[in-house]
Design a protein around this ligand. Structure first.
Ligand SMILES: [Zn+2]
Length: 483
């Protein structure tokens, strides 16, 4: 346990075998610590009862406050990411306000899930959604009528965020009530799709559904119940899986962020089931997005879509450049692929995107969030204001700064990987050692690693960045030793 974290070992490493728990990696003074602390200040300005109001309304309960007005139709999506952000910030810092807010949200969700079971028994047992018209939407979809589903704004996209929020509250903060609510919610999803045939599933999955396959893969790993792995495969969009597994690029003009999370799910299914097809698809997707569709600062897409080669000139003409959600999900996919095969190219992309796109999507003074980062010359960024802007990137980006410490270090049984140059300290409890990294990167092109506590034998795998000049290598060689 690190000083100030207030937490013992977390569930995190139970799902992601190569990760250190957030509370085992301490951010030290530097731009990442500043960004995280500013983000906590911003997050604590949001009104939790307003975030939860849509869920109470759909469950037939009286809301405790008015819902937020922005992005009407996608009601609830911010509250769901907010739960993830509270859990991660609590895990990373031990912040008591984040913990009490997380606990309050989960207790409210418990009440809401129970109310849905009583008030909506034919379609809502386990339900935790806030979108207007939930009853007709899910009742119709359950019997194979997709009319309302197709007329509604990305239903599974909306719901997925709560699946992820509950998983994260368990994963990062060991909250067992959240785990119970999560598995109940997974059972609801299985009940909704139980009678849909393969063609109906494909039609359903044509709409944005984020990482529904990923959360079901996680439910399988949490519970070991194969029904969740089967659901993960059913939620896998074959229109993308099949061609990409055959190295066929069909991404031109597709909505970018609709696609990225599908491949996170494919990577997780491959990891848990050993299915090569899913791994091939996720690797090729990553390759073609990073090599062919990513700008220098790590972002991709314009007007939310992957341009064709011919229309890539749009990047310098249109104001809606790369979307922050895409990079958030690409980093998550990168973590998944690195776990399957820890190659330097993944750390390379992660570094580029984290420092250039993610870090810059937060206003350095008031902490507002960015939707589009325009690549158009002389254009500018637009930042959100707390309690007002409720776009997709506001909700996603809430989580970005809370897990800066997630990929700095990873490990295998006997190797410690130093993937990023960030001032920090990692406590590798299995080995009984603490390693401290001192750096002012990117302001300086050097870092210092020292074992500050304990003694152990392990391999140190240090990311050797492509930007490092000749001459750095001899210094780095000294550090690539068995400690
Ligand atoms: Zn977005």
């Amino acid at each position: 346990m690190l000083p100030g974290s207030g937490l013992e070992a977390l569930a995190q490493s139970k799902l992601y075998s190569n990760q250190f728990d957030l509370n085992e990696v301490l951010l030290l003074e530097g731009p990442m610590q500043e960004g995280r602390d500013l983000n906590i200040e911003v997050l604590l300005q949001y009104d939790v009862d307003r975030l939860l109001a849509p869920f109470r309304i759909q469950a037939g309960l009286e809301p405790k406050s008015d819902p937020y007005a922005n992005w009407a139709g996608l009601d609830g999506h911010v509250g769901e990411h907010y739960l993830s952000a509270m859990a991660m910030n609590y895990a990373a810092t031990g912040n008591a306000d984040c913990k009490s807010r997380m606990n309050y949200i989960i207790a409210e969700l418990d009440t809401i899930q129970q109310a849905n079971a009583v008030n909506n028994p034919s379609w809502g047992v386990g339900y935790l959604g806030g979108m207007p018209g939930s009853e007709i939407l899910w009742t119709n979809l359950k019997i194979g009528d997709l009319t309302t589903y197709k007329q509604t704004w990305a239903p599974w996209y909306n719901l997925h965020k709560m699946y992820a929020g509950l998983r994260n509250a368990w994963l990062y903060a060991d909250d067992n009530l959240a785990k119970k609510l999560f598995l109940n919610y997974c059972d609801l999803g299985i009940m909704i799709i139980a009678d849909l045939d393969a063609a109906q599933m494909e039609k359903m999955l044509d709409e944005e559904h984020v990482g529904m396959n990923e959360v079901y893969a996680d439910a399988f790993e949490i519970s070991k119940d194969p029904k969740y792995l089967e659901a993960a495969k059913r939620f896998s969009h074959k229109r993308l899986l099949n061609p990409l597994a055959e190295v066929e690029d069909v991404l031109y003009n597709m909505h970018a962020n609709t696609q990225v999370p599908k491949f996170m799910g494919f990577a997780r299914i491959a990891e848990l089931s050993g299915t090569e097809k899913y791994e091939d698809a996720s690797e090729f997707f990553w390759e073609t997005v990073v090599e062919n569709r990513t700008l220098a600062f790590g972002g991709n897409s314009r007007r939310e879509h992957f341009p064709s080669k011919a229309s890539s000139i749009d990047y310098v003409n249109v104001i809606d450049g790369p979307e922050t959600c895409n990079s958030y999900n690409m980093l998550k996919l990168t973590e998944d692929l690195f776990r399957l095969d820890p190659q330097a190219k993944y750390a390379e992309y992660y570094e580029r995107t984290l420092f250039n796109h993610i870090r810059s999507s937060q206003h350095p003074e008031h902490g507002g969030y960015v939707y589009f980062t325009s690549a158009r010359p002389r254009h500018y960024r637009v930042y959100s204001a707390p309690n007002e802007a409720m776009c997709c990137c506001v909700s996603t980006v809430m989580e970005n700064y809370d897990k800066y410490n997630q990929f700095i270090y990873t490990h295998s049984d006997n190797a410690l990987y130093v993937n990023l140059f960030v001032a920090s300290e990692v406590n590798w409890s299995e080995k009984g050692v603490t390693l401290k990294q001192t750096t002012d990167f990117p302001e300086e092109e050097q870092t210092k690693l020292e074992i500050t506590k304990g003694e152990a034998s392990f391999d140190l795998k240090l990311h050797f960045p492509s930007w490092a000049r000749e001459g750095f290598y001899s210094t780095l060689n000294l550090l690539q030793m068995t400690c």
